[in-house]
Design a protein around this ligand. Structure first.
Ligand code: URA
Length: 436
């Protein structure tokens, strides 16, 4: 069948066969189908959606367009956590050592940050001496030894997704639920884990603006996961503010460690406990997520997750003394408080604006080539639900160069939205949908 006929079938709402989907994607990968035809196909999918059978084949083809990583030799139960992206998201850094304390392994490929969101790789690289493993064998040995192995993302994981995503970006088709679901799931399935936890952010700054859309995405991804025999749980989480208080590489490492000491921000701690509870439930060690979260809370009090954190840092050549002495981390030379000019109750904190405020101080990359300053960033002092009086500190900025300081302060001020009425702070986990 000609490519134009495949596009026409999709446009007219007819189901495509496995063979037709495979032919289109194979030809595109080989370069014998031009971008404009695939762009038309993506638009047809945007309007017509995909059936379960189409989505399974489409995801499978995406997944097999590059390397499949199985982590042979890992002796632990592996759970992977993936989030659709957030500001202040230091979840992996706190979660992995906590899971390790329960003998649940993390073997993960993580990304560098770009734009207003930071990457786990950059955050951990702020630890003096920290160098990520370069080979899969090294990573497997670290997981077996410490329970945690993280390395940089390989360019060859689902290369088809990179090409399709670039096309979606310029054809207004990013927000198609089947396209998002297959994009995320193909990458999750290409890197093996026994259990998968997905965190779908909901809110104005997220891909999914409403809880209904987020639920549809969750169900679609769970449907794909079932076809591939993976145990999955999807969390829908609130993105009406950044996660936790710290935004910036070393500052986020400190907040993750504080959380493992039982002194983290409440909403971030709640999320970490919920995720650990979910992993214990997936593994079969807890009868419910709530029971697992209780076990996690108790585990933090034993101090064992902190030891796991130290082992993980040491295994990567990092200075594990940072866990007890934050002055060994890169530290900014100056700091300034952003003072509230308005009174009220915090209704919302625009995460993107806060991410940009930290980025222009040097915490993030405006382009792929930008150099990072690991020390800089900001810490929010007021979160959603808090009452603010004029003159109180909204946030503290940590900086080395003052070039963009004024702009950064303005962005923080702009990010805060106040209500004159009392605001109930929402729980971070809005819904949990189990796929098994
Ligand atoms: N994250 C992805 O990996 N892909 C999408 O399409 C959207 C969010």
């Amino acid at each position: 069948m000609r490519v134009v006929d495949i596009i026409q079938r999709k446009r007219d709402g007819q189901e495509l066969t496995d063979h037709q989907i495979a032919a289109l994607l194979d030809k595109y990968l080989k370069g014998s189908v031009p971008d404009y035809q695939v762009a038309a196909f993506l638009m047809a999918v945007y309007f017509r959606g995909m059936t379960d059978a189409e989505l399974k084949t489409f995801t499978e083809k995406m997944m097999h367009s590059g390397d499949i990583i199985k982590f042979e030799g890992v002796k632990k139960f592996l759970v992977d956590k993936h989030s659709t992206g957030g500001v202040g998201d230091k979840v992996t850094i706190a979660l992995a050592p906590l899971l390790a304390a329960f003998d649940i392994g993390t073997a993960k490929l993580s990304g560098k940050g770009l734009g207003h969101t930071g990457g786990t790789i950059d955050k951990l690289e702020s630890i003096p001496g920290f160098v990520f493993p370069e080979t899969r064998e090294e990573l497997v040995s670290q997981v077996n030894q410490t329970g945690v192995g993280i390395m940089g993302y390989s360019e060859n994981i689902v290369p088809l997704d990179k090409r399709l995503y670039s096309l979606r970006d310029v054809t207004a088709t990013v927000s198609s639920i089947p396209l998002i679901a297959s994009s995320i799931m193909s990458k999750k399935l290409a890197v093996y884990a026994d259990g998968i936890m997905l965190d779908v952010k909901v809110g104005a700054g997220a891909f999914m603006k409403t809880i209904e859309e987020a639920r549809e995405l969750a169900e679609t991804m769970l449907g794909i996961g079932k076809n591939f025999d993976r145990k999955m749980v999807v969390h829908l989480t609130n993105m009406d503010q950044p996660l936790g208080c710290a935004v910036g590489n070393a500052l986020e490492v400190i907040e993750a460690i504080e959380t493992l000491k039982g002194k983290g921000p409440k909403e971030f701690t709640d999320l970490i406990l919920h995720l650990t509870g979910t992993a214990l439930y997936i593994k079969g060690n807890a009868k419910s997520i709530e029971e697992g979260a209780e076990m996690a809370s108790h585990m933090i009090r034993t101090g064992e997750p902190l030891d796991k954190m130290k082992q993980f840092i040491k295994a990567n050549g990092g200075d594990e003394r940072i866990v007890n002495d934050y002055s060994l981390l890169p530290t900014a030379s100056d700091q300034v408080d952003v003072i509230a000019k308005k009174a009220g109750f915090v209704r919302k904190i625009e995460a993107e604006e806060i991410g940009k405020a930290a980025m222009i101080l040097g915490a993030g990359r405006a382009t792929k080539e930008s150099e990072l300053d690991y020390a800089v960033g900001l810490v929010l002092n007021k979160k959603v639900g808090d009452e603010v009086r004029v003159g109180e500190v909204l946030a503290t900025l940590y900086y080395n160069a003052a070039d963009n300081l004024e702009d950064s302060i303005k962005k923080v001020e702009k990010a805060y939205d106040f209500s004159s009425e009392k605001v109930e702070s929402q729980s971070v986990v809005l819904d949990t949908i189990k796929g098994f």
